[in-house]
Design a protein around this ligand. Structure first.
Ligand SMILES: Nc1ncnc2c1ncn2[C@@H]1O[C@H](COP(=O)(O)OP(=O)(O)OP(=O)(O)O)[C@@H](O)[C@H]1O
Ligand SMILES: [Mg+2]
Length: 215
């Protein structure tokens, strides 16, 4: 497998990029994939989790490299890596986020069915329009879906109102505390309970990503 680059991006903060990324990375590891992370998130969430896992000999870990410049990201992505490079990004419009999207064969963009995210998406759409990429390279993912979610219970209506030029993954990520609870011990949901609803969603997301990345 040659180096495949998967970016998790949005120009809005707090949409669940790092949460989904870490859960996906840990599940990819459990499936035997060679995975490394380019951590362009200034909060360095993934690097923190990676270090925590490296200290625990019972856990499979992964390398997470903090990246702070476009040149460093380009060099990192160009280095011969036989596996999947997953890029976490800052939740703002910046040169690093833009370049990460351009360098990726696939970018996943989480969005919660909420009013603030509905508003924030307009900026992201505008930024992506300015990039030299095929819109098929971007897949949206509904995060924090919840049965009691107010106006956007009907996600097809939400998608229509977004006027979104990108496809959505089939899987929605549900809003549950399992994601945060597992990460607080450096674990993925799949390592805590491989049969939980949260694990099922992550497994299903990963299956979709594997197919899209052709790995
Ligand atoms: N599916 C979910 N269920 C419950 N809580 C979630 C879910 N997804 C994200 N969260 C919570 O939302 C908050 C923001 O998540 P996270 O830090 O992953 O977002 P982010 O997009 O990476 O933010 P930033 O742009 O600041 O890097 C965290 O408290 C996280 O635990
Ligand atoms: Mg983050």
């Amino acid at each position: 497998m040659k180096n495949k680059i998967l970016t998790i991006a949005h120009t809005k903060g707090g949409v669940g990029k790092s949460t989904i990324l870490v859960q996906v990375v840990i599940f990819l590891l459990s499936r035997g994939f060679n995975v490394r992370v380019a951590d362009c998130d200034p909060n360095k969430v993934t690097t923190f989790i990676s270090k925590r896992r490296l200290k625990n000999q019972k856990l499979k870990s992964f390398d997470s490299t903090v990246i702070t410049s476009v040149a460093a990201l380009e060099a990192f992505c160009a280095s011969g890596f036989d596996g999947i490079t997953v890029v976490d990004t800052a939740g703002v419009d910046c040169a690093l986020t833009r370049r990460a999207i351009e360098l990726s064969s696939l970018t996943v963009t989480p969005i919660a069915p909420s009013t603030t995210e509905f508003i924030g998406f307009a900026t992201y759409k505008n930024v992506v329009k300015q990039l030299n990429i095929n819109p098929n390279q971007i897949k949206m993912i509904i995060n924090q879906s919840h049965p009691r979610c107010n106006i956007y219970k009907d996600y097809s209506l939400f998608k229509k109102q977004l006027d979104c030029p990108f496809d959505f993954l089939k899987t929605n990520v549900i809003r549950v505390s399992d994601f945060d609870n597992s990460l607080s011990s450096g674990l993925g949901v799949v390592e805590v309970d491989s049969k939980s609803k949260a694990s099922n969603r992550i497994q299903s997301v990963v299956n979709e990503l594997i197919e899209l990345l052709e790995v």
